[in-house]
Design a protein around this ligand. Structure first.
Ligand SMILES: NC(=O)c1ccc[n+]([C@@H]2O[C@H](COP(=O)([O-])OP(=O)(O)OC[C@H]3O[C@@H](n4cnc5c(N)ncnc54)[C@H](OP(=O)(O)O)[C@@H]3O)[C@@H](O)[C@H]2O)c1
Length: 283
């Protein structure tokens, strides 16, 4: 599996398997087992996905050594403080059944970010968290908080796909060496994106499907896609993107799909409260 080097020196596989909205107690276990069987070595979960137990069990049963699998989890808003982060880290480790996480993110930037970050820095210095990062930081939120942090985030996981290239944000992150991870890499299964003429023409040319063209574009763009699927054939096909390369002209054409806007706006007033109540994390 190809990797990128993060700003803390750690390596991260260039594609991950996302498990948002795959239920615990079976479906997430099956999906992660399939993903590991077909070759993914990077799993993206979160406390708020409520499926860390299944992810951990699938990793243990896979036969793949733990140190060859990159596991990300995320701290939910209800734990976004110094003490809360210590509690959230311990809970995720217990549910995953592992003694370290490769990457741990502040899932949503609403709460005591500096407090939570201190606890994450401490856990990083103990080796419990190998890399630490943030998610859903818009340019406004990023420029407000990141300059305060002595350890810079390794990644910012944000909405990204050919229709939303996050240009201003990525320019800002570049100077800190912060890698972009793409959620909604397939637009959450966006039919308009998947069937757009630019994408289908390239799919025909390379004998690939639309998902593979989009994922390949993201990898060549230096962004880490986290495609989710519960469908075994798609879990496999979404990883089968390493035997072709888009030309620079084709990359430019795909970039022309950018609308400069996504479905999610982290700057929406009151969003923190709405999200906090949407996912309740239990011990
Ligand atoms: N940090 C955050 O706040 C945040 C927010 C959202 C997501 N995420 C992360 O990003 C991951 C991906 O996001 P997402 O799951 O919402 O969106 P996505 O990966 O863009 O799209 C997933 C949807 O596309 C379908 N799909 C998968 N492969 C396909 C293909 N090759 N062709 C056509 N359709 C395909 C899936 O259907 P089937 O399952 O039926 O195959 C599913 O409905 C999540 O799982 C999570 O890890 C993070």
């Amino acid at each position: 599996m190809e990797t990128l080097t993060l700003n803390d020196g750690n390596s991260i596989p260039v594609i991950g398997f996302g498990v948002f909205m795959i239920p615990n107690n079976g479906p997430a276990y099956q999906a992660v087992r399939t993903a590991l069987d077909v070759g993914y070595r990077h799993i993206d979960t979160a406390a708020a996905y409520l499926n860390e137990e299944d992810v951990g069990k699938a990793v243990r049963d896979s036969g793949v050594p733990r140190d060859q699998i990159f596991i990300t989890s995320k701290l939910w808003i209800s734990d976004l403080s110094y003490e809360g982060a210590k509690r959230g880290i311990a809970r995720s480790l217990r549910k995953l059944g592992t003694d370290y996480m490769d990457l741990y993110l502040i899932h949503q930037p609403y709460g005591d970010i500096p407090g939570a970050w201190s606890a994450m820095e401490e856990a990083k210095s103990k080796g419990i968290l190998r890399s630490i990062g943030v998610s859903n930081m818009s340019p406004a939120i990023y420029s407000r908080f990141v300059p305060l942090l002595s350890v810079k985030p390794a990644v910012n996981q944000v909405e990204f796909n050919p229709t939303f290239l996050q240009k201003p944000l990525r320019q800002m992150m570049e100077k800190d060496g912060v890698v972009t991870e793409a959620w909604y890499p397939l637009g959450h299964g966006d039919a308009a994106l998947l069937s757009s003429p630019v994408v289908t023409r390239l799919a025909q040319k390379y004998g690939k499907d639309a998902g593979q063209i989009i994922i390949r574009f993201e990898i060549q763009e230096g962004v880490i896609p986290l495609p989710k699927s519960s469908t075994p054939a798609r879990i496999q096909s979404n990883l089968d993107v390493f035997d072709f390369k888009l030309s620079e002209d084709e990359m430019t054409t795909l970039r022309s799909l950018d609308t400069g806007k996504g479905k999610h706006d982290p700057d929406t007033p009151g969003l923190g409260d709405t999200l906090r109540n949407a996912f309740i994390i239990e011990d």
